[in-house]
Structures are given as C-alpha cells and as structure tokens.
Design a protein around this ligand. Sequence first.
Ligand SMILES: *Cc1c(COP(=O)(O)O)cnc(C)c1O
Length: 398
Amino acid sequence: MNQTLQNWLQEQLDELKRQHLYKVPPILQSAPGGRVLLNGKEVVNMSSNNYLGLCTHPRMKQAAIEAVEKWGVGAGAVRWIGGTMSIHDELEQKLAQFKKTEAVLVFQSGFAANSGTIPAVMQEGDVIISDELNHASIIDGVRLSGAAYKKSEGYVYRHKDMNHLEAILKRCGHFKKRMIITDGVFSMDGDIAPLPDIVALAEKYDALVMVDDAHASGVLGEHGSGTTSHFGLYGRVDIQLGTLSKAFGVIGGYIAGSRLLKEWLINRGRPYLFSTAHPPAVVAALIAAVDILMTDPEPMKRLWENTRYWKENLQKLGFDTMGSETPITPIYIGEEEKAQKMQQRLFEEGVFALGIVYPTVPRGKARIRTMPSAVHTRKDLDDALEAFAKVGKEMGLI
Ligand SMILES: *Cc1c(COP(=O)(O)O)cnc(C)c1O
C-alpha cells in the first residue's frame, strides 16, 4: 500500500514538473533584508513581505529576548485552556486601539484567522459572495462554512466588478445572512478593493462585509491600519482581518470587530479553540511592533517612496505592472515556463524575484511578483532595475 502512495506521489510531482508548476523553496542564509544571502548567493531581495523592515527591528528583537527570559519559550496551552498570558491580552487591546474597533482577537496566523472566522460566522442558510481573486485562506474558510458560496452557483463576482456584485446581491434576498468578502489589497495583483462601493452595496442589500487586509496591514491607512482607515469607513466594515506576519514582521493574524464578534470567536473559532497560543517572544515582539507603527511614521514613508521609485522605473523600462497600486508589483509574463526562466535569469543577475504560477494565479497568467520595502536602499533598487532591464530585453518582454 505504501508503495502505491509513493508511486502516486512520484507521478503527481512529475506532472507538476512537466507543467512548470513545481516549486523548490530557496534557502535564506541571512536575516531578512534588502540584500540577503540566498542559496549561497548575495542578491537583492524583491520577494519579501517584510514591508517595513520590522523582521529585524532592534526594539522588537529586544522585546522578544526579554519575554523569553521572563515567560519562557512556549505558552504551554491553547488560549482558553490556560495559554492566555497577560501579554496576549495586552497585544489585543493595543491592536483594538490601532484599528479603532471595539475588540480584536489574535489567531496563530492570518490563514488560521480566515479559516476559523468565516465558518464560525456563516452557516447553513447564509450566502458568501466573493471576489474571484480572493486569497486561498479565504477560499478555505468559505469551503469550511455551511453557507452557499460556489462559483458554479453564481456567488463569485468578477474581480472588482460592482455591477456583477450588485446583480448577485439582488438575487440573494432569501438567505438569512449575506456576507461580501474581499481582499483589501489583492495579494498577487497589488490593486486595492473598491471598499466604499462594496460597503454602499452591502448597506443597500443588507449584507455584512469582511475585508482581508493582510497586504494592507502596515501599508495603507492611518499608521498602516488598513483599507477601512484608508477609505474613512470606520464603523461600516463588520469584520476586518489583519496579518501580523507581513509588515508586522513576526507571525499571526487577527480579527478586528465588535466585542460580540470576539466573544463568539473565542467560543466558536476552531483554530483558537484547538491550537496552542503564540509563544511569549512572538507576542512581546508584536506589542513592540504596534508601538512602532503608532509612533514612527518613517518606515511607512520609506516604503512608499521606494514603491513609487520602483514602479515608475519599471514602467519607464516598458514592463506591464498590471495596474498595481501598492508595493506589490507584478510584472506580467503569461506563460509559466517563461516566468520560471525569468526568475532563474534574474537570480543569476543578482536579484531574487519570485515567479508566481498556477494555482496561486490562474493558468496562463504567470508573473514575476516584486515588493519594494522600507529597507531597500536606492542602490539595491537601481541594481535590481538594471537586472530587470537586461533580462527583460533578453526575453523579449520589453
Ligand atoms: C498572506 C495572506 C494571508 C495569510 O496570512 P498569514 O499570517 O501569513 O497566515 C491571508 N490573506 C491574504 C490576502 C494574504 O496575502
């Protein structure tokens, strides 16, 4: 029987390789930063979500070290079974102030927050209406819920198409609850959801709104508090998800909303109920991260300066950056094989920029995804641009 599994795995993997969809994770041999040692080579890193450079922030490292000394290395239990330390509580209070919501509940990751929250809130007799480009963790959360959600049944709207969303809402009046769910910033395209229009439609058709701000956290809005703040929609978005793993530089996810929502998720959010609490070093570093975001505007300012410089120069070179509006800057390639080839050539030229292929993006829409950050120097970006120009010409993209 075991041999059958091994044979099956080999066949599947060979097929992925044949389709140029096979992944080999590169190995980082230095701390995350603008320039890193990767697979034995020093390269400019254009593929990290460490938007603000907080992965290596001295205050956060110090907070983590002190927390290890005081609290140890593990929480020892699931949150409600005795794994909640006073620092977990402190982090959630700080995040609620940061988000200007009644309450925040922290999960082990953004993925866990989505897959735990959506099924806890949406049940049989409800409907979930999704943007077609929503993140995989939203899709998994939606699938775990008892609600109607299927694309084949017409509950998935074309990317950012508000006429399509309204047409779907019009025929969903008979469901008990309707939820519209969207990425705030789309993770593979870097464009921003039309949240004011979504909220207006939700109010018109009595739907609730959930926004996944994984790539807006630390990037958009007041102090980087996300798309609800960016668009001035305080109090009009029912459920906001943020990640603590990207711009916040550590690991975790959270749900911001009402006190009742938090109470419900403490009782019904399965990753919260059945998986162990964050270790103290993580929590202490995150408390420091929120303080840094609330008091130091410099990292966000540098992030956006670098973003403008990077996008402008790629466009000047003639690359198609797919209408992205945030630090996430895809470069359109199309064919999977070409994207993988481009990633390899860029690496040889001293730049790490990941080729993104199916299933992360649709087949035939492969791209190289780049993310400038606050820690890139002008020289890092200029060196990377030079490599893109050279390889882009070589491959006939520009
Ligand atoms: C990365 C990401 C997540 C998952 O966040 P983690 O904290 O890394 O688990 C969720 N949603 C979106 C849109 C993301 O890009």
